[in-house]
Design a protein around this ligand. Structure first.
Ligand code: FUC
Length: 829
């Protein structure tokens, strides 16, 4: 068996020349996610059943259920529901239920070209100063000339709250609040005064509304009062002509009277079984009902990504009322059935369980389970729950046609949120989408591509104005309005956002084999991002460590700082930060390959290849044996800094790999060891992916333990702190990466690496439906630390390598065929 992959990178002394990887000709592959795989799903349910504890534990504490014995006291204990566009955080209060509401287009601000026209004239001098080691002078000049106008963006906003009073519910017992990840339904159950009360809440994507059903075991026992609330800019009122409806309407920044922003509306409509419903201005009262279904709809006059400012012709109140009225004409059962079917077509593609009975922890409420885990008691099922929750969150916050998942996904309770709940492009937005392909949620990647499409026009303007470059650029963050300039502080002069984002449509192609997508959507985005970097790269002058090679200037290693050679002066600003070179290497390699696959634009392909051959190399420090983060072996101001940017080549890219480039992988390991095992939630999540790529399951498992124990809120949201959803998504991708890897090829044939980084703490488990590059669907079962069965389903005919430990076997598969393997990689059929 050959251990070296054909695309091996070459290590020359301590210098990496990132190798020339032959282009592959992918045959037409049917998008994997469109195909249900009943056979594999059924198999996984069978495995799951064997591993289930008791029916009671499955119902309550299973790896697909979050549940609690008390209402949420704070937002971070509430449970999220969402349909990509509309979201709610369900608090579950007995006498005071609260649904905190979000609509994913509700942003403050408006579109403006923030490109700084002074930047271009200053650029040569900024570059000269940085090459000359005058970092402070360069920082000062760039700070004055290159920052966006304005420098700051405005925030994604909470829509408000729906408050529900339930008088007479005091003294409740048998309280259970839950979120069922298999149905995407949040529920509240309790007994008060001998009556059993139940609530079920979900956000339907097909109906476009939030649905809440309140029932009681005794007829006429429901007495409720409902009202919308928002801190400012809104008013609540009765809906004209409908006694069973109220609404809240408003406009962002209405209290300022200037810089008026988006208009928004939320409508609540009640459908009661028995009793009466009335409204008193903005308050809805339900009296003596047997059951009642509430429909909440919301809308804004956001015109869509890249379509300019708020639309004057859209009336959000009418739109919301129409959606609510349509849904209210349907029975609760039909809305629920439609919602569950819609949701499960995504969720049930992957079934993942860890552990065998008796799973004591699985029967505990989620907060108690988390506390038990924090105290050091093992609970592998918690990792499976976290993975399942991560998939739930992506299905709930990123649907085709909606906005992409932001820093908080969809759920944000303030009008000015931490980091504006924006789209940060120096790690966070990309991390949100890491699970999309491997965790079989490929279509949910599409909102990211919509955002990228919408950034091409403003990003091209910024590229031209600030750098006189072709293509499109995005710096370290963006918003709903196409912001592409430099934000916040000088760390915002980081023109690599588009170049990093461009690997996402390429990955979408690699997983799905969708050539039409590659040609029509991925290629223009990749080409534009590549054009920008080609024009931005400059030759490092004589006297620099990489003289004669192409480098970026100015440059940052997000958002880290170093000491200059004097050991005292701090700087962040530099040239040729390693991450830039790795991003560009990856982008140019992928662009060359994409143009070969499509058979188009040979001149541009050659231009990319020429630049790629001249790129400054990634280097290993002779002093520390680590991957150098900057062009010189600077000492870090904060050695445990949260960003591990200079290991981009290890993950998300794959130029560093323990098999194809062992020396570099060793340097990456030393780098990770020096960074330490702590960090913000997302930082831990990134490092778990990296340890998985280093095939070190136990170290990956250790960091996952740290994430669950230290950076996980009671509702399983990841915390930076505060709450930031990237860690949820990053760790979900990392768990997939621990179970299956597919980034490597040998002789242009994909390698499916089974259980590449399984920690010892996960001796038993099963996963069905993970996806591998090349259009494969993979299921695995293992017991006592040994693979017992694997199934590989191909979406196109052709060869594949399957690897387990040191063994690798080549198989020829036909489209639609499922290969069933035993624990020695022998075909069972
Ligand atoms: C990046 C990180 C911060 C934070 C912010 C939203 O810039 O460096 O830690 O996560 O994004």
């Amino acid at each position: 068996m050959k251990l070296a992959y054909s695309m091996a990178a070459i290590l020359v002394g301590a210098v990496l020349a990132l190798g020339d990887h032959a282009g592959i000709a992918q045959s037409a592959v049917v998008p994997a996610c469109d195909r249900p795989s009943p056979e594999d799903t059924a198999k996984a349910f069978e495995w799951a059943d064997r591993a289930a504890v008791t029916s009671d534990a499955r119902r309550q504490g299973d790896q697909r259920m979050l549940w609690y014995r008390a209402p949420a006291r704070v937002w971070e204990e509430a449970l999220p529901v969402g349909n990509g566009r509309l979201g709610a955080m369900v608090f579950g209060g007995v006498a005071d239920e609260c649904l905190q509401l979000n609509e994913d287009t509700l942003w403050a601000g408006s579109p403006k070209d923030a490109s700084n026209p002074d930047a271009l004239a200053a650029l040569p001098e900024v570059r000269r100063l940085l090459f000359a080691g005058q970092n402070a002078e360069a920082t000062e000049l760039a700070g004055k000339t290159m920052m966006g106008r304005p420098t700051r963006i405005q925030s994604y906003q909470s829509l408000g709250e729906l408050n529900i009073e339930a008088p007479g519910a005091a003294g409740a017992s048998a309280y259970v609040r839950a979120l069922d990840l298999d149905t995407a339904i949040a529920s509240v159950n309790y007994v008060a005064g001998g009556v059993t009360f139940t609530r079920e809440m979900f956000t339907s994507a097909p109906a476009g509304v939030i649905v809440a059903r309140f029932t009681a075991s005794t007829p006429g026992a429901l007495d409720l009062k409902l009202a919308f609330k928002r801190a400012k800019d809104a008013r609540s009122e009765a809906v004209p002509g409908n006694a069973k409806a109220i609404r809240m309407t408003g406009q962002v920044n209405a209290d300022r009277g200037t810089d008026l922003g988006m208009r928004f509306a939320a409508v609540l409509l009640a459908v009661n079984d028995g009793g009466t419903v009335s409204n008193d201005g903005g308050r809805l009262s339900v009296s003596r009902a047997n059951a009642v279904t509430f429909i909440v709809a919301a809308s804004t006059n956001y015109p869509g990504l890249g379509r300019g400012g708020p639309s004057a012709s859209t009336d959000p109140a009418t739109r919301a009322a129409d959606a609510a009225t349509r849904a209210s004409a349907r029975s609760y059962d039909s809305l629920e059935a439609e919602h569950v079917t819609d949701y499960q077509r995504f969720f049930r593609r992957v079934v993942f369980r860890l552990g065998l009975p008796p799973d004591i922890a699985g029967a505990l409420p989620t907060n108690e389970r988390l506390a038990r885990f924090k105290s050091g008691r093992p609970d592998p099922g918690l990792a499976a729950l976290y993975f399942n929750f991560g998939r739930y969150l992506l299905i709930s916050s990123s649907r085709p046609g909606a906005m992409p998942a932001n820093l908080q996904g969809l759920w944000a309770w303030k009008q000015a949120n931490p980091w504006n709940a924006d789209f940060h492009t120096n790690i966070n937005l990309q991390m949100n989408y890491w699970p999309a392909e491997p965790a079989a949620l490929s279509e949910l990647h599409l909102p990211l591509f919509d955002l990228m499409d919408s950034l091409v026009a403003p990003g091209s303007m910024t590229a031209k104005t600030q750098y006189n470059a072709r293509g499109w650029v995005v710096h370290h963050l963006t918003d709903a309005w196409g912001f592409s300039a430099c934000a916040d502080g000088v760390q915002g002069i980081w023109p690599m956002g588009a170049a990093w984002l461009a690997r996402h449509p390429w990955e979408h192609y690699l997983f799905t084999g969708d050539r039409a997508f590659l040609r029509d959507r991925a290629w223009p985005l990749m080409k534009g991002a590549a054009q920008f970097v080609l024009d931005f790269l400059v030759e490092a002058p004589a006297g620099t460590p990489v003289a004669g090679r192409l480098v970026t200037n100015p440059s940052h290693s997000p958002e880290n700082a170093f000491f200059l050679a004097d050991g005292k002066t701090q700087s962040r600003f530099t040239y040729a930060a390693t991450m830039d070179l790795e991003i560009i290497e990856d982008l140019l390699k992928n662009t060359v390959e994409a143009s070969s696959v499509l058979g188009i634009e040979p001149e541009f392909r050659a231009e990319c290849a020429r630049a790629r051959a001249r790129l400054a190399p990634v280097r290993v420090s002779p002093a520390t044996g680590r991957i150098m983060e900057w062009v010189e072996d600077y000492k870090e101001v904060e050695p445990n800094h949260r960003h591990t940017s200079h290991l981009y080549a290890l993950h998300p890219a794959s130029q560093i790999d323990p098999i194809m480039s062992p020396a570099l992988a060793d340097a990456a390991r030393k780098t990770l060891e020096a960074r330490g095992d702590g960090g913000t939630g997302w930082s831990l999540a990134w490092k778990i992916n990296m340890w998985a790529r280093l095939l070190d399951g136990n170290h990956a498992g250790l960091l996952l333990t740290n994430l669950l124990a230290d950076k996980t809120l009671p509702n399983l949201f990841d915390t930076h702190p505060p709450f930031q959803i990237d860690g949820n998504f990053g760790a979900t991708a990392a768990i997939a990466e621990m179970l299956l890897q597919s980034h490597a090829r040998q002789d242009d044939v994909w390698i499916l690496h089974l259980l590449p980084a399984r920690p010892d703490a996960w001796p038993d488990g099963s996963v069905a439906g993970l996806r591998g590059r090349g259009g494969f669907e993979v299921s695995e079962q293992w017991l006592g630390g040994k693979l017992t069965e694997a199934r590989v389903r191909a979406s196109a005919s052709g060869p594949v390598f399957v690897k387990l430990g040191a063994k690798m076997v080549r198989f020829e598969l036909k489209a639609g065929q499922t290969l069933v393997l035993d624990g020695s990689l022998q075909s069972k059929k």
